[in-house]
Each structure stands twice: as C-alpha cells, then as structure tokens.
Design a protein around this ligand. Structure first.
Ligand code: HEM
Length: 533
C-alpha cells in the first residue's frame, strides 16, 4: 500500500538509506543499505527511486537515543498549543502539495516510453501537478485519468443521492476493493477524506479552465494550454497565499525576490532539482502540528462530528469508505468551513465562527489521535498495541531523522548562517521552555540536556514557529521557502521562470488565493461549495 511518507530515501551521493520504522528494524542502529543504484550509472543499474539530497551536514553522533525519542514523542503528542488563525483547509492543501512535490511520475509512465531524461525528471520534486495529471493524456498509462476527449479529467460520483463531481473517480471490477480504488495518479490523495476532497476540487478547477478559458485555442493544444493556466495559478496561490500563512513573510519574499542562498544555488533552469531530506524528514512535517482531532465537517457531521478517525474511514486508502464503494453524499465537504470566503468579500459564503475550522497552531505539539495511528496505514501488524510508540507520529518523525543522521537544528542554523542567511539561533532556554508547547518536564535531566544541546531538526523548527506565534521563522522558514522556490523553478510551467505571468482567474492581476481557486472551480455557488447545506 503506498503510504504518505517514504520508507526509504535515495540520497544523491549517498545511495539508498533504507529501513522501516514499522516492523522489525526499529533498533537503535539499523543498517544502512548502500546503494547499487545511482543516476546515470548505466543501463544495468537499477533505476534510482525518488531523488533526495542532503542540504546540511550529517548529524553523526548527535541523535537522541531511543528512550529519549520515546519520551519526547510522548510529550509532543498530548495536544495543547491551541488553534491558529490559519483556516483548517490549508492543512490538507499542504498535504496535497506534499504529494505533488514527492510524486514519482514514473509510477504512471509506461516503462518502454521513458527516456533517461524523463526518468530523472519524473523522480524529482516539482510543483507541476503531476499528482493530478500523471504523465498526461497522451501517455497510454495515464489515459485512464481522462475523459474520452483527452482534455477533461475524469470525475467521480457519490451515492445516496448520486452527485457527480464530488467524489474521486473510482475503479470498476469484481471486488469491492477494486471498485472503490481511486483512479487518480497519486493514490495517496485518497489517504483521508480531507485531502481527497481537495483533489476533487483540483479536478474541478482544471475542468472549469477547459470549459471557460480555451476559446480560440486549437484542439490539439487545448490540454497543454489548460495545464499551463492551472499550474501557474496554483503556483501563484502557493507563493502568495499558502506560504505566507505558514512561513514568515519576510523570508518568503527574500527567497522569491532575491533568490536562494543555501539550496542548489545558481542551478540552471535545465538542471533537475532534488528534494532536501531536511525538508522532507523535518521542516515540512510541520503539517502534522496543524492537524485537528475533530472537525465541524459539514451540516451533517457538525460540532466536531467529523473526527480524524472518520476522515480516514471515509477514504479508500486510509479506510474503506465505510464499507461502500463510493463516498456517501453526506460526507461531501463544506468548503466554507475550511476556508474563509470573507477574505474574497463573499459574506454569503461564510459560516458563523463557531462552525469554522481553524488549523492547530504550528508548534511542538500534535493532537492525541496522531500517537495512535492505524497500524495498517504505517505497515504495522494489526495487533500492534494501542500505545506502541511506533504508532506515534512524533516518535516516527524523530526516528526517521535518526535513521538518516539528519542534521540537528543547531547544525542547520550554523550551516545556513555560513551561507549568508540572516537568522538568530534559538537559546537553550527557548528550546527547553518554548511557549505553551511540549512540556519536557517528564524527561530526565540528562535527556533534557541532550535535547537542548542537539535538538532534532523537526522539534527545533516547530519550537521556532511556536515562539513566533505559529509561523515558521529562522531555520524552518528558510528550508521551506528555498525548497518551494526550487521546486517551482524546476517545473515545466513555472512562475519563477516566467516572471511575466499574472493571474487572470482572480479578482485582479496580482491576486489569486485558495479561496479564488475554489470560487472559480465551484462557480462561486453555495450549492457546490457546500452541497449538504
Ligand atoms: C491526518 C494527517 C496526516 C497523517 C496521519 C500523516 C502521517 C504521516 C506518516 C505516517 C508519515 C511517515 C512517517 C514516517 O514513518 O517517517 C508522514 C510523512 C510525511 N508527512 Fe504526513 N501526515 C499527515 C498530514 C501531513 C501534512 C498536512 C503535511 C504537510 C503539510 C505532511 C507532511 C509530511 C511529509 C513532508 C512527510 C515525509 C514525506 C516523505 O517521506 O517523502 N503530513 N506523514
């Protein structure tokens, strides 16, 4: 089963660092499997998987021992921290973006058709929406994602009553499991209902662009043109709306206006990007802190009735759609509860504050259900105990970092400063005490000292945000902004490379937010944005 996180990391220059946090190999010193595979190593070598890189130094001899990681993981997973001002939809937009960034496009390309250059690009991070488009309608393996015209993306339909376009397109076959399987390039977008409904919204966005924006475009160019419009608007939204909500605005502006200082600096536009493990294994796992335990999902599952558990059950990868083969209409999202359409001056599309869902603050805490992840979702045997630490997402993140010998927060701060990045290191007291985040008093003094001296990068980045009212700054902000900048630069359609691009689907030529994307996709209609009323 494809999971949302990688089980092994092919790091350029180091090879395949491969172990499992689940099952067997959870000892303190798991083996590192040397890579046989290397990009360009010749036709005989196994092709490398997704291309990660190491941005900073190795954190050898700086990793916390297992008892300490268990304690820290436990301290982080008790909730707390409180809510942020960020609308909760951005949590799952972030997950959708993560899947776009880390999608291995070669998984949907026909082997024989893949040239070495495509192979490299297909296994590289980009913000090209290949998790939505696959390898395009002309590729035989991806044609199934498209309508017969080869231009529109297929939509799915819900049951009871049937509503077209509100579920992912799902398969046909003789078993329920086959019928329920989503026919989308990246099955991870069916891992929970919230990310799945975002994927549906993106399908709708593309199809609306096709229906309304292609007048005069020759038939043979319609798909390519639609994809370009969609991708550039999506990138604009990420750059101007998503990133400034999670990351200090000054850092985002500095990176996008003045360029990168640390990551693949000076890369030519033709160079194929990589994904820093410091982003993947630490900084961008910030999204885990934003997850709520329960949502005011819609008029039916109101007042916290949309629990995280239900969001998993009503997907086909994290659950089984409640035993059905299609989503029940009562589970269709109410996007007014996930995004604030008041920002776009649409008071008629807002809900009372008590119904609105805000993301949890980005800080060193995650909600309690995330310390008891469903065993099946992380490759553990079904009988793994409720309190098994391997089911704790915080412990998993810390352990994954240890396996990769990830640099500590302090190492990354020193590294980034050496590259000319202006940042202030956290003090020991700040790391120890934070601000209404994880309480470290349950650690022994020696454990606390080890954490404060060599702070795991994920924890460090979250402490930085916690001390900055829930927005990344310093080390975390720099890693995230630079990685996004590079992933946009490395995309076929790119607002970084095409500086003349201005959005045309929002209220003016400099504004295109997530609310604008949804308003366009759902035709500004309440009946589509919130069909359950
Ligand atoms: C209900 C929500 C979520 C759950 C249950 C979840 C769970 C997980 C799990 C189990 C892993 C693998 C852990 C490991 O063994 O290393 C993972 C990886 C990851 N998660 Fe999440 N996650 C959620 C939401 C998010 C969000 C909202 C973001 C970002 C905004 C995010 C970013 C990441 C990243 C960057 C990775 C590493 C990806 C890779 O390995 O390539 N996650 N998550």
């Amino acid at each position: 089963m494809p999971t949302h996180g990688s089980e092994s990391y092919y790091v350029i220059g180091e090879g395949l660092l491969s172990e499992s946090v689940g099952g067997r190999e959870l000892g303190d010193d798991p083996p590192i499997v040397a890579a046989a595979a290397r990009a360009g190593a010749g036709p005989a070598a196994a092709p490398p998987p997704f291309r990660f890189s190491r941005l900073g130094p190795k954190g050898a001899n700086k990793q916390l021992g297992e008892p300490n990681r268990k304690k820290v993981g436990g301290a982080m997973a008790v909730g707390g921290g409180g809510q942020s001002q960020i609308p909760a939809g951005f949590t799952y937009l972030g997950q959708f973006i993560d899947h776009d960034l880390t999608f291995d496009k070669t998984s949907v390309m026909l082997g024989a058709n893949v040239t070495p250059v495509q192979l490299l690009q297909g296994r590289s991070p980009s913000l090209d929406l290949d998790s939505l488009y696959g390898a395009g309608p002309a590729d035989p393996a991806s044609a199934k994602f498209y309508e017969a015209d080869g231009i529109h993306l297929k939509v799915g339909k819900t049951t009871g009553p049937t509503k077209v376009g509100f579920d992912l397109p799902r398969g046909a076959g003789n078993t329920n499991a086959k019928k329920r399987k989503a026919i989308i390039p990246d099955p991870r977008n069916d891992e929970n209902l919230a990310v799945a409904q975002h994927h549906c919204a993106m399908i709708r966005f593309h199809n609306r662009v096709v229906d309304t924006q292609l007048g005069g475009v020759p038939a043979a160019q319609k798909f390519a043109k639609a994809r370009e419009i969609v991708t550039k608007h999506y990138q604009w939204m990420i750059r101007t709306d998503y990133l400034p909500r999670i990351c200090a605005q000054g850092v985002v502006n500095d990176v996008f206006n003045n360029g990168r200082k640390a990551f693949e600096v000076g890369a030519a536009t033709t160079d194929v990007p990589t994904m820093p493990i410091e982003f993947s294994v630490a900084a961008f796992r910030l999204g885990h802190a934003m997850v709520r335990a329960r949502y005011n999902w819609n008029a039916v599952f109101d007042d916290g009735g949309g629990t995280l558990e239900f969001l998993f059950i009503f997907s086909a990868l994290g659950g089984d759609l409640g035993g059905d083969t299609r989503l029940a209409s009562i589970w269709i999202a109410d996007f007014r509860r996930l995004y604030n359409f008041g920002e776009a001056n649409k008071p008629g599309l807002t809900v009372p504050p008590a119904k609105f869902n805000r993301a949890m603050r980005i800080d060193t805490t995650i909600v309690d259900p995330l310390q008891h992840l469903p065993p099946a979702a992380i490759g553990l045997p079904a009988n793994a105990g409720f309190n098994d630490p391997r089911r704790n997402l915080a412990f998993r993140n810390l352990t994954r970092a240890k396996m990769l010998k990830l640099a500590t927060g302090q190492q990354m701060a020193t590294f980034l400063k050496s590259k000319g990045v202006n940042l202030t290191k956290l003090t020991s007291a700040q790391i120890r005490n934070g601000k209404n985040g994880a309480d470290l008093s349950g650690l022994t003094q020696a454990q606390r000292q080890a954490l404060v001296k060599d702070t795991p990068l994920w924890f460090y980045v979250l402490r930085e945000a916690e001390l900055n009212n829930g927005k990344l700054k310093g080390v975390g902000a720099r890693i995230v902004a630079e990685t996004f900048h590079r992933a946009m630069q490395g995309s076929e359609h790119s607002i970084v490379n095409d500086a003349s691009f201005k959005p045309t689907l929002g209220p003016n030529n400099s504004t295109f937010r997530m609310v604008d994307l949804l308003l366009f996709a759902f035709e500004g209609k309440k009946a589509l944005l919130a069909p359950n009323g």
